[in-house]
Design a protein. Sequence first.
Length: 189
Amino acid sequence: MKRLFPSLPANAGLAEVFQAHPDTIAPLLDYHDRLLRAPGELDIAARELIAAYVSGLNACQFCYGAHVIHAKAWGIAPETVEALLADPATAPVEEKLKPILAYVAKLTQSPAMMTEADAQAVYDAGWSEAALFTAVQTCALFNFMNRILEGCGVGSYPEAVDAVDADGLAQRRSLTSYTAFGQRIGVMG
C-alpha cells in the first residue's frame, strides 16, 4: 500500500477505506448488489467478468484480485480473465460476449472515442440496449471503484484465487454479497 491517506493503517484494504469514510458507502454497496446481482440478459458471471476485466485493464490489483474470485464463484475460470487481458480475440470467451468486452475495453481506455459502430457490434451479436446499458454501468462502476482504491493507495487483494475455499466462493454467490460485506465491516445496518 502506498501511504496516500496517512490515517489508514498499513496494508489497508477496501474495508478500512470504507470504515474510515462511511457516509456514502451504504448506497454504493446497495448499487453493487442491484447492478451485479439482479437478474438480467447479461448474466451475473458476465458482469463479474467485466468487473475483473476492467480492473485488469486499469491495473487495479485489489479489484482485479477480488473480481477474478467473484467471477470464479460464478463459473468463470481465472485463466479466462488472464487470457482476455492477454489477447481478447483468442480468449476462451463466448463469441457473443466478445463485442461487449470490446465495448467496455474501449470505454475504459478511450471513452471519448466510442462510436455507433461499437454499439452496433453489440446489437449485431444479439444483445439488447438493456444488456449494453448493464455492461456500460458495470464498466463505469469498476472504473469508479478502481479510482477509489488506487486514489487511496490500496494495493493488492489479500486472498489468492486458489486459496479461496468452497465457503468463500459460496459467500460470493450470494445475491446480497456486497451489502453483506458492508454489514460485516460495520458501515451498513
